[in-house]
Design a binder for this molecule. Sequence first.
Ligand code: F6P
Length: 604
Amino acid sequence: MAGSAWTSALCKWESPDYEPSLPVSEKSNPLTCDIDRASAESIVKMLHRCDVQMFQEESEGTYQRLLSDQVVKTLAEVAKRAELILKDPQDSLVVLSGCGTSGRLAFLIAARFNRALRQLKQNPVYSYIIAGGDRALLSSQEAPEDDPKLGMLSLKKVCEGKKRVLFVGISCGLSAPFVAGQLDFCLQHPEVYTPVLIGFNPAHQARDEAMPGCTFTFHSVVQRMQEHANAFLINPAVGPEAISGSSRMKGGSATKILLEVVLSAAQAAAFSRTPVTCNGIVQHIGAHKRTVDVTYSECEGIAALVEAAGRSLQGGGCVCYLGWGSLAVLSLMDASECNPTFGADYEDVRGFISGGYAELNINEGSLTSLGPDFCIAHEDFLHLLLPRLTDKDTVLLIYTHCDDVGDVLKLARRVREKMVNLHAFYHQADGDTSAALQQDDINKLCLSTLNITWPAAAMPFCRQNRTLSSVSVPQQWELSTKLVLNAVSTGAHILKGKIYQNHMIDVQVTNSKLYRRATRLLQRLSGRPGPQCEEALLKAIYQVEELTGDIPSCDITTHTHKARSRTKVVPAALVCLLTGCSLVEAESHLKQRPIIREAVEELL
Ligand code: F6P
């Protein structure tokens, strides 16, 4: 796209006429409307442009952005609240909570900042909550997101006996009932709780849909927060997602940035006599922007990984991430998101972490008893997966030069004995040659190597102090890794034909938000009225040609529960709507054309 056309596409979504009925987080991004036909390299370039939108400045009369004065001021105020808790942690807690990716990031950040406190000989003050419990860190658990009471109860449990709690609820779309229930509870108990909400829609776009057993909606909770002196709303717009509604991408990255900015500022103020300032916060956000730029400057290397992963998925193979440290946590997260996002099988993209559950250190301990999909250690990979792998699968090693590179080399050799499709992705400080020889050996074993080298000036804390700098190294590596892995898994599924234009057609309909999104998508693609689309969706969910009995009168929870055991419901409903054929015929059409995009395009 030429320069000026690109600039106008960059901002097009901000126009009041652009998909006016949708909140920003659900709009489709004009930059990616033909991402489904793009090459691996073009896909990466489009993702870069979308990520750049996170840091765009506020234009007058439109949405507030990450760097808007009001947002920065609120971030500083919240950081000061956290600082108070860090200085006087007795009976106090900072709780981070969310659903899906938002909850996974709550875990990642709480774990890292607790580690930093332990290094300073302080007691941990951070807790995380994820809807669906710890299994949701590693797998798709979408239904608990719809339960406001469950959210409230889990918050109460974590905070038992506490006298002061800074609660940070994360819902990118300002939509998750689970989080709304928690915020409502905080507002009812202001003597203990200070509620903070992180999301990426303006307040008036918060979801205004009744929730089971509640008198409030997400929207009304946000309104109450706006009227409350002791509640904070952090909701800059970051632009529509590259794949519509896929809030794991920009929503997740921006969540990570905001939490790190706030908590780093609080830690520095509490323990390094560096007061919280708006300027410091702006600088820190700027450092994250540079991380995005440095990462995407390796477009070719990222594209090579996208291509390899895409080939594997296209050929019925799988993609395995083998990671070390917190980068491995990001790989587990990325893998777990592929199921709800693309209707992928859990075996399609899998993550493994060196040290397994001992390294992960989650609330509920080891989850291996839940089955093979919860076996996440490298040993599990060696025993359960490697014997079955062939050259049509892709294995990606993910690490930094601060990890045990000797161990990486050992694992690379084991994998290479079995298959050739091995790749490496690692971070390194400019001029750091400590593991150069081993790295050379790893490179020789790999088909491609993506090496992101970070300017030494930005790395003073490597090894000595990896936690308290306002632009700490792990934060950069993690964000960079998240961007690359999101590109790999999204790009691979695009190449597999799971995306039409920039919509996920084969989305799982496993909670109310996804149910509404699916209905909207059917309307958009078929041009049929909403009720007809919902009817087609229900027929596909219940696998019936006619909606009889009590199906139409059941609530969405019943529908989404039923949909958990079904696959390709949205594509099947779409085929029925477009052709007027029966469900059986639609399913057979999809079987003959397993590439969803082609099956749909043929009919459009
Ligand atoms: O319901 C699925 C999902 O969209 C996940 O993909 C996402 O991470 C989660 O919901 C949370 O969404 P939000 O942060 O908007 O509440």
